[in-house]
Design a protein around this ligand. Structure first.
Ligand code: CP3
Length: 344
């Protein structure tokens, strides 16, 4: 029995009947909210992530101020490399950087693996505190980066448009790439299980850079590890996989243990439904830049999106993270449009 007052997200993930689709926005915590920017001016990034009281306050902001149907814990996917002993710096305006990149067998052997997830206690504490503060208002989402996306940062050392160095590593040293992917996968599974234990009602796995891979390479370097994670968590919490850009994998992933699949705006709702045979809950796929359009246009596009997906087995969301320049009333218009939706 759920003690949640609003469990639309969990019911949609289970494929149960809902009165209306639930709505939340990727990267809703942080980035665009003025109250977040105030905390950002006072505390550096990892202080915000590692102090449960701050992480909780940031996590609750979009629930209180924008009215989303779920909270996503304020943290980052790069806490996994940190737990493995890799230094991660977050430079203002530049994004993440990892000064010591992974290149050799020795680099991989030196990574902390056994019990690495135990050093992330601050995440579990933040989840427990947030769960308490939410007091059943909406479900709480935990998350991690997918193994391929984490490998991208560990090998490349910073963001990239092409991820050519990460791919070069995979193409020239495939055995090492698989060792690294497996180590990341093992820790991620333990990490997500502990998130579930600490109060996460569902978890999302962000494969933000999956779309840098061809369909064949996705099958080699991304899919097996996503499937391992979904399988390992299936008795703990529903898992949402978000393989950004990899529309070609939707059919295979719809047959996995995942409860939901996130999709970006480069695949039409009709095509995503066809590829997944209506077997799985789909989440997405509003172009985040469309939130910069006039409010009436946002509302019209949301209505068309829900018309196309249908109201069942569907979670309204963006197709990737909200960008920092979105006005708060535009974010709210997106959420309100989902709540006001009536079938035509
Ligand atoms: O949904 C949420 O808002 C929860 C918090 C969250 C953050 N990062 C906080 C953050 C989540 C879910 C993430 C995931 C994340 N982090 C991803 C996957 C999602 C995606 O957008 O593809 C990736 C690729 C990262 C790595 C990362 N962290 C980058 C590329 C950057 C810099 C640019 C940016 O804003 O995305 C970060 C820093 C970061 N993580 C910020 C926030 C709010 C911005 C820095 C700041 O506000 O000081």
């Amino acid at each position: 029995m759920s003690t949640l007052k609003n469990d639309l997200l969990l019911r949609a993930l289970r494929g149960e009947i809902v009165e209306r689709p639930p709505v939340w926005m990727m990267r809703q915590a942080g980035r665009y909210l003025p109250d977040y920017l105030k905390l950002k001016a006072k505390y550096d990034f990892f202080a915000r992530v590692q102090t449960p009281e701050l992480a909780t306050a940031i996590t609750l902001q979009p629930v209180d101020q924008v009215g989303v149907d779920a909270a996503i814990i304020f943290s980052d996917i790069l806490v996994i490399p940190q737990a493995m002993g890799v230094e991660v710096l977050m430079e203002e305006g530049k994004g993440p950087s990892l000064p010591k990149i992974i290149q050799t067998q020795q680099d991989i052997d030196a990574l902390i693996t056994e019990g690495a997830e135990e050093s992330l206690k601050y995440v579990y504490d933040a989840l427990s505190l947030t769960k308490k503060e939410l007091n059943g208002r909406v479900p709480l989402i935990g998350f991690a980066g997918a193994p391929w996306t984490i490998l991208c940062y560990m090998v490349e050392g910073k963001g990239s448009k092409t991820w050519d160095k990460a791919k070069q590593f995979a193409y020239t040293q495939p055995a090492l790439a698989h060792q690294l992917l497996q180590k990341i996968t093992n820790i991620t599974i333990q990490y997500l299980k502990l998130q579930a234990k600490a109060g996460a009602d569902t978890v999302q796995v962000f494969d933000s850079w999956a779309g840098s891979l061809s369909p064949a390479d996705f099958k080699t370097y991304a899919q097996p590890y996503l499937i391992q994670i979904a399988d390992a968590l299936k008795d703990d919490v529903p898992v949402i996989l978000f393989p950004k850009g990899s529309w070609y994998a939707l059919k295979d992933l719809s047959e996995s243990s995942a409860a939901g699949l996130g999709i970006d705006w480069c695949v039409s709702p009709q095509m995503a439904r066809e590829l997944t045979g209506n077997k799985i809950t789909l989440q997405g796929n509003f172009d985040p830049s469309m939130l910069l359009a006039p409010i009436p246009d946002i509302k019209k596009a949301v209505t068309e999106m829900i018309d196309a997906f249908g109201t069942q087995r569907y979670i309204a969301n963006l197709g990737h993270g909200i960008t920092p320049n979105v006005p708060v009333d535009h974010a709210r218009a997106f959420v309100d449009a989902v709540k006001e939706y009536r079938p035509r």
